[in-house]
Design a protein around this ligand. Structure first.
Ligand code: FES
Length: 217
């Protein structure tokens, strides 16, 4: 195992520390593709990232789509019938076709346009034509989920299948700081009896990642 591989295996915070350089700021992170790949694997694919706000998902069935370039992923963030916010890869588990091209909307299910496999808002496969011929169980072919949690109404995701720290552990005292900001007032728009929402521009979903990059450099 080479040094770069061993850094990529470390917990994200330790990898971050090892990638930090002392002395003059290096220009390498700006042009070195290998360095970027290391940062991508060691940090961005394994840390909590801001992806949206719960006011974008005001009702059960509401969803938003996010294209996450560094992860080469298209995601659906959806509020289930149970009110829980979940994130799925926007890829049918049959042959990978994108389930939606809409940037946001409201639905009761996602039906793949290719062979009509249909998934519920909790990601479970509801129906598929001739499914008995596949010899797998529906439980095994639900949509692939991405770890998701919410603090102060802000939705975060983590591409690590088993995040080594919870979102609150990751944020530490910052979580309480966020909870007293105006953005947190919008945490439960229905309870507040308002449809007020904030405009989320393209950069915002990656504000956490950008902040990390800024600190890193
Ligand atoms: S690719 Fe989605 S149903 Fe076949």
């Amino acid at each position: 195992m080479n040094a770069q591989q061993s850094i990529a295996m470390l917990p994200a915070q330790e990898a971050f520390s090892q990638l930090r350089t002392n002395g003059p700021v290096s220009a390498r992170p700006y042009y070195d593709a290998d360095r970027w790949e290391l940062e991508r694997q060691a940090i961005f694919m394994r840390t909590w990232l801001h992806i949206g706000h719960v006011c974008e998902l005001p009702e059960p069935g509401s969803f938003i789509r996010r294209e996450v370039e560094f992860a080469r992923a298209s995601l659906i963030i959806a509020r289930g019938k149970d009110g829980v916010v979940r994130t799925f890869h926007n890829a049918c588990t049959h042959r990978g076709t994108q389930l939606t091209e809409e940037s946001c909307g409201k639905t009761s299910k996602f039906s793949c346009p290719y062979h009509m496999w249909t998934f519920g808002m909790d990601g479970k496969l509801l129906s598929a034509p001739d499914f008995e011929r596949f010899h797998v169980s529906k439980e095994d072919v639900g949509l692939k989920q991405v770890a998701t949690d919410v603090v102060a109404g802000m939705i975060f995701i983590n591409f690590d299948p088993a995040p080594r720290e919870s979102l609150r552990e990751f944020l530490g005292p910052v979580a309480e700081g966020l909870e007293i900001l105006p953005v947190a007032i919008l945490e439960d728009p229905f309870a507040a009896g308002t449809t007020q929402c904030i405009e989320l521009q393209g950069q915002v979903p990656f504000a956490g990642a950008d902040a990390r990059v800024t600190e890193f450099h």
